[in-house]
Design a protein around this ligand. Structure first.
Ligand SMILES: Nc1nc2c([nH]c(=O)n2[C@H]2C[C@H](O)[C@@H](COP(=O)(O)OP(=O)(O)OP(=O)(O)O)O2)c(=O)[nH]1
Length: 159
């Protein structure tokens, strides 16, 4: 048998072409510049960790459509325009995720934590802890845009 269509892998080892999970993430920015973070609900990987709200794209959805659906489902708000600002990747044990980050300045509706999560408006340095590691690059970019030069997480919230 020709070896060309076969690949030797170690059981349990990650395969080279591990599929990405596409995720839409919203950076909701209030007029005073505060950023909305929410805690991950029970039952999800990294439950209790703080993150920017969002979730996985469903088949056929654009990032903006997925974000609009997720923020309605999770927070009860309808967002205005959302454009992708940055794309990052993070390799977790549970998934290799590709995060599509959108800044959102407009929304309507009252925040309602529909999945039992918590929410917090935050300025730098963030005081919520722990924060999902996949969000760190974006926190650094947001901080540097604002000319904030200290640690993005307050001393007490650094692990
Ligand atoms: N929402 C969000 N997800 C993030 C951030 N940083 C980060 O690494 N992620 C990762 C964690 C998860 O692996 C993935 C999001 O998936 P999820 O499980 O929360 O998505 P979902 O709401 O669609 O979940 P599901 O219950 O429908 O499966 O992206 C972030 O700041 N916000």
């Amino acid at each position: 048998m020709s070896p060309s269509n076969s690949r030797v892998t170690t059981p349990g080892a990650p395969v080279a072409e591990r599929a990405h999970t596409e995720v839409a993430v919203g950076i909701l920015i209030r007029e005073d510049g505060a950023l909305l973070l929410s805690s991950r609900p029970e039952g999800k990987p990294y439950a209790g960790y703080w993150e920017f709200p969002g979730g996985k794209l469903e088949a056929g959805e654009t990032v903006e459509q997925a974000l609009r659906r997720e923020l309605d489902e999770e927070l009860g708000v309808t967002i205005g325009p959302a454009e992708v600002w940055k794309v990052t990747e993070h390799d977790y044990p549970h998934a290799l995720v590709r995060l599509h980050w959108c800044k959102v300045y407009q929304w309507t509706g009252d925040f309602e934590m529909r999945e039992g999560q918590r929410m917090a408006w935050q300025q730098f340095p963030l005081t919520v802890t722990p924060v999902l590691p996949g969000a760190f690059p974006v926190l650094d970019w947001l901080a540097s845009e604002r000319g904030f030069e200290g640690a993005v997480l307050a001393q007490a919230s650094q692990g």
